[in-house]
Design a binder for this molecule. Structure first.
Ligand SMILES: [Zn+2]
Length: 544
């Protein structure tokens, strides 16, 4: 089924293949060596035993108790006993303290948030727990969609309000009865939210609120199907690692578990080592996808100063394990996500790096030139994805994925080891056009793209036989011209500037020639060697 042309921003999904189904390093930072096992248990037991005496020494009232929370032992035998406080059995917020002891157990000093004895008039709240929970939920719902600070994406849903728990508030002001309520929801980037609110048990006044989900960037390692062993920036929630990269727009990878839709399940992992390098582990394809997203992010950032697909700093997410035996991958503007099938027999995932770069480049095109996905503009749209997707591959320069001008050379989509497409001579796939002709716009966009792919190869590398990174090419010209090429770095700058500054939704091959000449003129000067090379290269693919 061919994709219908969608005008405007409605349905938009661009697949890798023609004839596709279209659907709408190292470990985490080491903490100071913790006191472990029996030694820690013994220290905690000692601190618990010492609690009543400590409470007396501190002058705490008869309603107050100390509950041991942690003990830190120094090499010289000094100890630091951390206690929480209760009042009438209720937790005292702000009642925590630390008793510092020397090696003989003598108290050297005490650090505490509040001093003196707590005294409350009673332990009966005026508001019920149900009333307090309702107030807390309403208070959080009132913040839906609001952005408080740049690092914290807006809350997009409130999913559950927990039971309000009676506590003593002693953090600020006069100590009083309060309720502590947890309200769970979701933030715009997919991060779960768990806000803890403290409200006055008599008046309902909001005393404090804080986000309970704390995230930290961690350095994980991945072993993908195609990328091999790579570093991944992941997110540590405090209890588990998420396959989510907050240093690159919060982009993350989910599994669809062979379903054909939905937002999937975020990958999490206990040890921050992901995948095994084979498809037997479902995480391996996820490593490829997540690394591909990172490499694409870095390519656009480092090469063009572009911050994400929309240039707004927001990362797209990736979905792997789409459907069953699905031999394709696609980009969708509506979910702002990439999706990968598992290929033939569910054992040949489509998660190769140039495919990732290809799909996300569809997003860049949608947010820039908006090239209509049919006719010659559709061929230019597909070619833009092949061109810049290949440049992502060169930019990542992986040992296990030798950079080349072949598209999908590792995924064995044809079952005989051949790539999906060839940029040096597109007709090697048996379908694509090497040169422009008046009928080229009636080809499927995955074949009319050949003219622009060929143009880009020739502009970067020149004509004739050439070996790049051990891969042999032999690129012809329609007019017999011999071209030298201006190199990948310059060629990609010309293409990107043309895409983002001069091409429109209806740009055809003739207009693409003009757009790239304008770009070359801006970058290198009209009449420069680069400008002349762009002109000569279009002529060599019969775009005049
Ligand atoms: Zn495509």
């Amino acid at each position: 089924m061919k994709r219908k042309l969608a005008l405007g921003a409605a349905l938009s999904a661009s697949a890798l293949l023609a004839g596709a189904i279209q659907v709408s390093a190292g470990t985490a930072q080491a903490a100071p060596a913790p006191v472990v096992g029996q030694q820690r248990a013994a220290l905690l037991a000692q601190a618990a035993g010492a609690a009543p005496a400590a409470a007396r020494a501190l002058g705490l009232g008869s309603q107050e108790r100390l509950v041991v929370k942690d003990v830190v032992a120094d090499a010289d035998g000094s100890r630091h006993l951390r206690y929480e406080r209760t009042y009438g059995g209720l937790p005292v917020l702000g009642g925590d303290l630390i008793v510092h002891q020397d090696a003989r157990g003598a108290v050297k000093s005490v650090d505490r948030a509040i001093s003196g004895t707590l005294a409350l008039s009673g332990l009966s709240p005026r508001l019920s727990a149900a009333q307090a929970a309702e107030q807390a939920g309403a208070s959080v719902r009132a913040t839906l969609g609001a952005v408080k600070d740049a690092d914290e994406p807006a809350l997009v849903s409130v999913d559950r309000t927990g039971t309000a728990e009676l506590v003593v508030w002693a953090t600020s002001g006069s100590p009083r009865l309060a309720y502590r309520t947890t309200v769970e929801g979701m933030r715009a980037d997919g991060t779960p939210s768990s806000q803890v609110l403290v409200t006055d048990a008599a008046t309902g006044e909001l005393l404090s609120s804080h986000e309970g989900v704390q995230t930290a960037n961690a350095a994980g390692t991945g072993n993908g199907v195609f990328v091999g062993t790579v570093g991944l920036t992941t997110n540590f929630t405090g209890s588990t690692y998420e396959l989510k990269d907050n240093t690159r727009g919060g982009q993350y990878t989910v599994t669809l578990n062979n379903k054909q839709g939905g937002s999937g399940t975020l990958y999490t992992d206990a040890d921050n080592a992901w995948g095994t390098g084979t498809v037997a582990s479902g995480q391996s394809a996820a490593v490829d996808a997540q690394f591909g997203a990172a490499a694409t992010w870095d390519f656009y950032k480092n090469t063009f100063g572009r911050s994400g697909i929309r240039n707004d700093g927001v990362g797209a997410y990736s979905r792997v394990h789409y459907g069953r035996n699905y031999v394709n991958a696609f980009w969708s503007d509506s979910c702002f996500c990439m999706t990968y099938g598992d290929g033939a027999s569910n054992t040949h995932p489509l998660t190769e790096l140039d495919v990732a770069g290809h799909e996300m480049t569809h997003g860049v095109t949608a947010n820039t030139a908006g090239l209509n996905y049919s006719g010659e503009s559709g061929g230019l749209n597909e070619a833009t994805s092949d061109i810049l997707g290949s440049m992502v591959e060169f930019s990542a320069n992986l040992a296990k994925d030798n950079p080349d001008y072949l598209i999908g050379e590792l995924i064995d989509i044809n079952g005989n080891g051949t790539p999906l497409r060839y940029m040096d001579k597109p007709s090697k796939d048996g379908r694509s056009a090497d040169y422009w002709s008046s009928g080229v716009g009636s080809l499927d966009v995955h074949y009319s793209s050949g003219v622009a792919n060929h143009f880009f190869y020739l502009l970067a590398e020149g004509s004739g036989a050439k070996t790049v990174n051990g891969v042999s090419y032999n690129s012809p010209t329609s007019n017999g011209a011999t071209l030298a090429g201006i190199g990948r770095d310059k060629a990609q700058q010309v293409w990107y500037r043309a895409l983002t500054v001069y091409m429109t939704s209806t740009t055809d091959y003739k207009a693409a020639r003009t757009a790239t000449l304008n770009a070359a003129s801006d970058l290198y000067g009209s009449g420069s060697a680069e400008y002349n090379a762009v002109a000569a290269t279009w002529t060599a693919v019969n775009v005049t």
